[in-house]
Design a protein around this ligand. Structure first.
Ligand SMILES: Nc1ncnc2c1ncn2[C@@H]1O[C@H](COP(=O)(O)OP(=O)(O)OP(=O)(O)O)[C@@H](O)[C@H]1O
Ligand SMILES: O=P(O)(O)OC[C@H]1O[C@H](OP(=O)(O)OP(=O)(O)O)[C@H](O)[C@@H]1O
Ligand SMILES: [Mg+2]
Length: 284
């Protein structure tokens, strides 16, 4: 039995549920109040937990696998195996000060107070630079701490940067770059079975991102030209069309941003019946 801990709410819940569906492990029995979920594979179950608690649950073996932000893993200093960067939930922990502050570099913060939801990451960051600061731990709305006399600067999550702009904060330096990771319990990670199949399934979803499958019919004489205009990942795959001896079926995987140009070029060199289809998973 493999248990996967996934965020039960917050901004990581939806993209995680989507990833699992695309990986062929749709989450059922979810919902706000349920603790456990099931999927198509009877040997896999889900534990719904707060994103911030997942690193410890995986470390302690309450779950074999966890899906959560690497910032939360680092903050809890959880002793887990980092299996795979899942490439979503991206954010930066930024050191920022009020716009009207004269502070422009980290060094100028010596002896000052830093408000943050990430006391450990913050402490380590300043320690590594031999700068003494006092960490003021808050559990939300960190951006207001410089304005109520609680802190001189903050270390807070920023993704679009809107919160900083709205609160007249200027970034001083990036402290940590985060994205969502697949993590595993040390003992579980040693098993080369299902856990590795799950990792492969996630990888196949990541591989398929931004890719489309192109299918078309091509007169035999045009094959060379068609091959030339196909920006190549692998292939293309060329097959005979049973009913028409002068026509070939050509299939290829193409980057989505190249589709518009490629389809136009293909038509110009004689390709017909062009189909563009999404790819859910791609396993090399
Ligand atoms: N814009 C963002 N703001 C906050 N967290 C973000 C953002 N983008 C990605 N994340 C990541 O999401 C995780 C935090 O998720 P969590 O569910 O704890 O917070 P939340 O969605 O803000 O919910 P809450 O309402 O409890 O604050 C962290 O790993 C963080 O890096
Ligand atoms: O750069 P942005 O796109 O504006 O996103 C960053 C903001 O979003 C998060 O706040 P959240 O809404 O989760 O509230 P919280 O601080 O109470 O957790 C985070 O703590 C920042 O304040
Ligand atoms: Mg939040």
């Amino acid at each position: 039995m493999i248990r996967i801990a996934i965020p039960n709410k917050g901004r990581l819940n939806e993209p995680t549920v989507k990833l699992l569906k695309e990986a062929g492990l749709p989450v059922s029995d979810g919902g706000e109040r349920k603790l456990f979920g099931t999927t198509t594979d009877p040997e896999i179950s889900f534990l719904f937990a707060r994103a911030a608690d997942i690193p410890e649950y995986v470390q302690d073996g309450a779950a074999d696998i966890g899906i959560t932000g690497i910032d939360l893993v680092s903050e809890t200093d959880a002793d887990v195996d980092l299996m795979l960067d899942l490439n979503y939930g991206k954010s930066n922990l930024m050191l920022a000060v009020p716009e009207d502050s004269s502070i422009e570099s980290v060094e100028e913060l010596e002896g000052m107070k830093i408000g943050t939801e990430f006391p450990n990451i913050t402490k380590k960051f300043f320690d590594s630079k031999n700068i003494n600061i006092e960490v003021i731990k808050v559990s939300g709305a960190c951006e207001m701490t410089p304005y109520i006399g609680v802190a001189d600067a903050i270390v807070d999550i920023s993704s679009s940067g809107t919160t900083f702009v709205l609160n007249n904060l200027k970034p001083v330096e990036k402290v940590f770059s985060s994205s969502v990771y697949m993590i595993a319990n040390h003992q579980s990670a040693k098993r080369k079975d299902k856990i590795h199949h799950i990792k492969t399934a996630f990888e196949s979803v990541l591989n398929a991102e931004g890719k489309r499958y192109l299918m078309m019919n091509v007169p035999k004489d045009s094959l060379d030209e068609v091959k030339e205009v196909l920006p190549g990942l692998s292939g293309p795959t060329v097959m005979k069309v049973e009913s028409e001896s002068s026509t070939l079926a050509v299939h290829a995987v193409v980057d989505s941003d190249m589709i518009f140009t490629t389809v136009n070029n293909l038509k110009e060199v004689g390709a017909r019946d062009i189909l563009v289809v999404p790819i859910e998973r791609l396993m090399p």
